[in-house]
Design a protein around this ligand. Structure first.
Ligand SMILES: [Zn+2]
Length: 317
């Protein structure tokens, strides 16, 4: 049986798991990201994991990393929320240490891959995936594959929707994530309520809105209008069959879904919107599953292109 090691590299946790080629997690382990902050600790832990799981015969390792990566080279340009990883040839170093094929992609791309193979978007060949939290992570699945260029591409959170917007972490202004990110929602709520200190978590604004509080409802209405206008543009470009929403803010999905649909309909070119599903992400460990599936798919296509049909299928079993 072929198995793959999937690594979900988040700002708070790093999760790793051994995953079958069908996407089933056999074993997993979780670290706090601060534990593996140093490059040397990160690399030696992956090496240790590969040895620990040696009995499974790991064919390839996949990593979903939180930042901008050169996909082909597995070169990390930078990770906005993890310091010390600028311009680092991670794939080249791991390949030497592990002697196993390594594939690295952006974390949102990896989440999206898991959702279209195993989760809410199963069987769909065109999907838009958003992870809504502090920022807005995005991915596009097109023609059954992750849409990628030289870098991880589909940085949907950094599409500007305003000509005089706030400064964004990416260096631009008015990006959609400066309208939908949790810190923005908390601060906007503080202003509307005219209170000194903003609540700590967006969940408090969901709960207040469910109880009918006026200011909390305004937050979700504004959120839906901004996100809806943006999504309408994405729909006009990519013609997805499904839009999948994940991340912490998706906890409020049932609350904002009707307002979001209305906002999309008000902006989109209507034939593009016919039959599109808007759903919440389903999988719990989509980072591990998606990273492992990325490794599986890229590894298999590499083997096929180098060996050709019959010999490749024997090698891949
Ligand atoms: Zn930006």
């Amino acid at each position: 049986m072929s198995v793959f090691l999937g690594i979900d590299w988040g700002g708070t946790y790093i999760k790793a798991g051994v995953v079958t080629s069908k996407g089933k997690i056999l074993e997993k382990t979780v670290y706090s990201s601060s534990q593996l902050k140093e490059k040397s600790a990160f690399i030696s832990e992956i090496k240790r994991l590969k040895n620990k799981f040696a009995k499974y015969n790991i064919k390839a390792v996949g990593i979903g990393a939180p930042g901008i990566i050169d996909i082909e080279k597995g070169f990390i340009y930078y990770l906005p929320n993890v310091s010390g990883w600028k311009n680092f040839p991670l794939k080249a170093i791991l390949k030497k240490e592990l002697k196993t094929p390594i594939f690295i992609d952006n974390d949102a791309n990896v989440f999206a891959l898991a959702e279209v193979r195993k989760g809410a978007g199963k069987g769909k060949s065109r999907a838009i995936f958003l992870t809504l939290g502090t920022g807005l992570g995005g991915a596009v699945i097109f023609d059954g594959k992750i849409l990628e260029g030289k870098t991880s591409a589909a940085e949907l959170g950094h599409v500007s929707i305003s000509t005089d917007g706030r400064r964004c972490g990416c260096g631009g202004t008015g990006c959609i994530e400066t309208f939908t990110g949790s810190n923005y929602l908390l601060e906007r709520y503080r202003q509307l309520k005219k209170i000194k200190v903003a609540p700590k978590e967006v969940k408090e604004i969901f709960d207040k809105a469910r109880l009918g509080e006026k200011e909390a409802i305004i937050i979700w209405r504004e959120f839906s209008i901004h996100l809806g206008k943006f999504l309408a543009g994405m729909i006009n470009i990519f013609n997805p069959q499904i839009i999948i929403i994940g991340g912490g803010i998706s906890g409020a999905f049932n609350l904002f879904k009707p307002m979001l649909l209305k906002a999309i309909k008000g902006q989109v070119m209507w034939p593009n919107f016919k039959g599109i599903k808007l759903v919440k992400a389903e999988l719990k460990d989509s980072g591990i599953t998606g990273a492992a599936l990325l490794a599986k798919e890229k590894f298999e296509s590499k083997v096929r292109s180098s060996l050709g049909g019959h010999r490749a299928s024997r090698y891949l079993e």
